[in-house]
Ligand binder design. Structure first.
Ligand code: H2B
Length: 105
């Protein structure tokens, strides 16, 4: 786990972003929003939380009537981006597919 908590360099961040199309960098976090109805979003959050507990890495989650937004950074690395953030992003994308969450801007 230690290797995934080393802050990434700018070049590593740019390369990692290519691997998670749909995610945007906002400062030292990566974010993505999906269109999903509120109760569907609740079910998706339960699924995401199970995976987060498994991997020991957690996103900030903003649930609204018809959208859900995830923001990920690594607190233990001083709120910098690490490989753990991109790993969680990939897992959230897979979960979103299961819940038919629609990618949105
Ligand atoms: C002890 C526990 O595993 C650590 O505090 C984990 C929990 N979840 C985490 N989530 C995120 N996003 N960043 C962290 O540094 C982090 N650390």
């Amino acid at each position: 786990m230690a290797e995934t908590l080393a802050p990434l360099s700018e070049a590593e961040i740019e390369a990692a972003l290519q691997e998670v199309p749909g995610w945007r960098r906002e400062g030292d976090e990566i974010t993505r929003s999906y269109g999903i109805r509120y109760h569907g979003g609740v079910a998706m959050i339960v699924h995401v939380a199970d995976v987060e507990r498994l991997i020991g890495h957690h996103a900030d989650i903003d649930l609204r009537w018809d959208t859900i937004r995830f923001g990920i950074t690594t607190h233990d690395a001083g709120h910098r981006l690490t490989a753990a953030d991109f790993d969680l992003a990939r897992r959230i994308d897979a979960i979103a597919t299961v819940h038919e969450a629609q990618p949105c801007g």
